[in-house]
Design a binder for this molecule. Structure first.
Ligand SMILES: [Fe+2]
Length: 143
């Protein structure tokens, strides 16, 4: 693969991650608006912080794509809406898993670009922690 093709494949993979982060930003933000009842005290800060984190990740991705000479997408991945907190959290877990998959594919596309791989590994580590937290939130008590 030529250097240009390699760069194009990496930009495409980063754009898939960017689309997920755009969607996650909006999905979590809407959830922070909607959550009601006693759960609001617990989940509004969680959804707000998750939205802010996704926004930061989107900003970092967009800037990185431009540094590579690419064009950041303006199309978010599908945004899932839910009526209950359980459903919201399940949708969030699905979204985070898609984002992680996009980051891992970008890591693979980065090939011998070590600085890019290190940068992605930092994000992948954080995304994995977020997924584990959502897995616990959606699992209920073990016994
Ligand atoms: Fe993220």
């Amino acid at each position: 693969m030529s250097e240009n093709n390699r760069k194009a494949a990496l930009v495409e993979a980063l754009n898939r991650a960017l689309a997920c982060e755009y969607a996650a930003t909006v999905q979590y933000l809407q959830q922070s608006f909607l959550v009601s009842g006693k759960e609001r005290q617990t989940f509004t800060p969680f959804f707000s912080a998750s939205s802010a984190e996704a926004h930061t990740h989107a900003s970092n991705l967009g800037n990185k794509i431009v540094s590579l000479g690419g064009m950041p997408t303006v199309e978010p991945a599908p945004i899932r809406q839910a009526a209950t907190i359980d459903e919201m959290l399940r949708h969030d877990l699905a979204m985070e898993r898609e984002a992680l998959d996009a980051y891992v594919k970008a890591w693979e596309a980065a090939e011998s670009n070590q600085p890019m791989r290190f940068w992605l590994e930092d994000i992948i580590r954080l995304e994995q922690l977020h997924i584990e937290e959502l897995e616990k939130l959606t699992a209920g008590w073990a016994s």
